[in-house]
Ligand binder design. Sequence first.
Ligand code: SF4
Length: 349
Amino acid sequence: MTMRSELATEIRRLHAKLEKLGWKEDDCALIAPVTLEINELKREQNAVILAHSYQTPDIMYGVGDFIGDSYGLSVKATDHPAQKIVFCSVYFMGETAKLLNPDKEVLVPRQAGCSLADAINGQQVRELRQQNPQAGIVCYVNTYAEVKAECDACCTSANAVEVVESMPQQEIIFIPDRLMGENLAKISSKKISTWDGTCIVHEGFDINSIRDIRNRFPGAKILAHPECTPGLVAEVDYAGGTEGMLNYVKNSPASTFMLVTECGLTDRFKAEFKDKEIVGTCILCPYMKEIQLDDVLQALKDPRPEQVIEIPADVAQRAKRSLDQMFELEKAGKKLLQEQGRSKLPWTA
Ligand code: SF4
């Protein structure tokens, strides 16, 4: 194929994926040379590109091999033969991929932060433990490896209830997401205290925008992330993480939905559910949006030291133990909730 026909094919491929998001062929033509080069380098280097759902559509659909949430993508990479992982996401997500894929090279295009992960460090968790020796400490997966290393177990938004319920302690310190901790406290049998971290995206939504959508689109289903305020979560039709939202929309007979979450996920739903209408507003995550196609290209061509994820061995070993504990507790928690007749415990209960 000549360069010109390769470019024309790439523009058509991009346009087929991005048309629903309002991209014209001319827009696709601007990024096609870069996506072609990245995809070529990916093949040459036996690399896989993971794109978090909050990335921009050019990254998700232009170069991403898999799109999803941080933990699901990191697990997916363990089964993939590629020896190099480029994780288009914030830094702590790259760390999670490295913890689960220790023998692979893991790159992040930018050293991007996160308001939740940046809210607590390892030393602060050690102090919490000293002050509260009777409590178990559970961290949300949106934390750095040095924080995971100090906790008893990790959890995701999909298994937080199971993990917390099956912890041996009656008192649980949930870090770093205060709002998710408050949502958890409403449905858990444990005494839960929280740390004052928040996701600047999800804490930014207010109940009035939900009520406004209900008035303007009667019959619309409203879905929110449990990183939102408990008041808001109580008013929606479904609360959960990315996979839960995808399944809800896929299986719902409704035709109109509002997603109370980051704009990238809203774009993803618009692109992937061509027969459903997505309404309402979304909020951009400035950390996720730091990553540009050019950063991905540069990381593949000539990675700088700060783009290569390295975790000290003792931290990695203890952080991995927290992730392994999550699996065990999730299994035990599912069984426990089933026995108690609480197996379908939703965040909105
Ligand atoms: S949306 Fe942005 S700020 Fe919120 S948890 Fe994700 S990376 Fe962090």
